[in-house]
Design a binder for this molecule. Structure first.
Ligand SMILES: [Fe+2]
Length: 237
C-alpha cells in the first residue's frame, strides 16, 4: 500500500487542503507528517486540526516546538521570530496541548522519519549536502530515512544528491529522502510538494500541486504577518 509523506505545512491551509483532497481522490489514507505544521502561515489552528484528523503519525518540527514555547528562537531570522510570536498568540490551547504531545521521530522496519536530521532529531540540524547525508546515514539501520526541514526536495544516496520526479530504490542501498514542503516550498517551484512512497514496489514519486496561493498571500498580509512571508509563496523561495 502506498503511503504519503508530507512536511512543513506552515499554517498554509490552502496548500494542505489541496494535498488532502488529492490523496482522498487517490485513496491514499496512510499519511505521515514530518512536522512544522505551524509557523509562518495564517492558519495554524486549521492546519493542526486537519493534519491531526488525516495523518496517522505527526512529528514535532522546530516551528511547532517554538509555538509551544520550547525552542530557542534567538536563532530564528526576524520573519520567523515575528511569525512565531503571532502563532503563539493565535494557537488555541487545545492545539498547543496536541503539539506538545508530538514525537521527534517514528520508525518501523523499513524507514525512519524525523523532521530535521537522523543523528539528533531534537536538535534541528540541516542535512544539505550528499557529504552530510553520508554521515547522517550511520544513525539508522533501515533502508530509508524521510526528512523535511529545508523545504527542498532531494534524494541522497551513495554520496550523491538526486533530484527526480520519480525514483526506484535499489536493494542494499541507503537513502535519505527530503520530501519538500507542502506550505512553503523553497526550490523555485511554488507548488505544494510531498511524496508518495510504495514500499512493495520500492518506488517514490514527488507530487507537485497548484493551490490558491493568492488567497494565502492575502491572508498573510491581512493577519499582519511579514509581507516577505506572503511574497515568497508566489515564487517558491
Ligand atoms: Fe519548516
Amino acid at each position: 500500500m502506498p503511503i504519503a509523506v508530507i512536511s512543513d505545512i506552515h499554517g498554509n491551509l490552502e496548500a494542505l487542503s489541496e494535498v488532502v483532497s488529492y490523496l482522498e481522490k487517490k485513496q491514499i489514507s496512510d499519511i505521515y507528517c514530518l512536522g512544522d505544521t505551524v509557523g509562518y502561515g495564517p492558519n495554524p489552528n486549521e492546519c493542526v486540526e486537519l493534519v491531526r484528523k488525516k495523518a496517522q503519525i505527526v512529528l514535532m518540527g522546530n516551528h511547532d516546538y517554538a509555538a509551544i514555547g520550547k525552542a530557542n528562537i534567538e536563532y530564528f531570522n526576524e520573519y520567523a521570530r515575528m511569525a512565531t510570536y503571532w502563532t503563539i498568540n493565535t494557537l488555541k490551547e487545545e492545539n498547543k496541548q496536541y503539539l506538545k504531545s508530538l514525537p521527534f521521530s517514528h520508525q518501523n522496519d523499513q524507514f525512519l522519519m524525523v523532521h530535521a536530521s537522523p543523528t539528533n532529531p531534537a536538535h534541528w540540524y540541516y542535512v544539505l549536502s550528499a557529504q552530510e547525508a553520508q554521515i547522517e546515514m550511520q544513525a539508522f539501520n533501515q533502508q530509508l530515512c524521510f526528512i523535511g526541514h529545508s523545504h527542498v526536495p532531494v534524494i541522497y544516496s551513495s554520496g550523491r544528491a538526486v533530484k527526480s520526479r520519480t525514483y526506484q530504490f535499489e536493494p542494499n542501498q541507503k537513502y535519505i529522502v527530503n520530501v519538500g514542503s507542502v506550505g512553503q516550498p523553497r526550490d523555485g517551484d511554488p507548488r505544494a510538494c510531498f511524496v508518495i512512497y510504495d514500499p512493495d514496489e520500492q518506488k517514490l514519486e514527488y507530487v507537485r500541486l497548484d493551490y490558491e496561493r493568492q488567497k494565502t498571500h492575502s491572508k498573510i498580509i491581512k493577519a499582519g504577518l511579514p509581507a516577505f512571508l506572503a511574497e515568497r509563496l508566489l515564487k517558491g523561495y
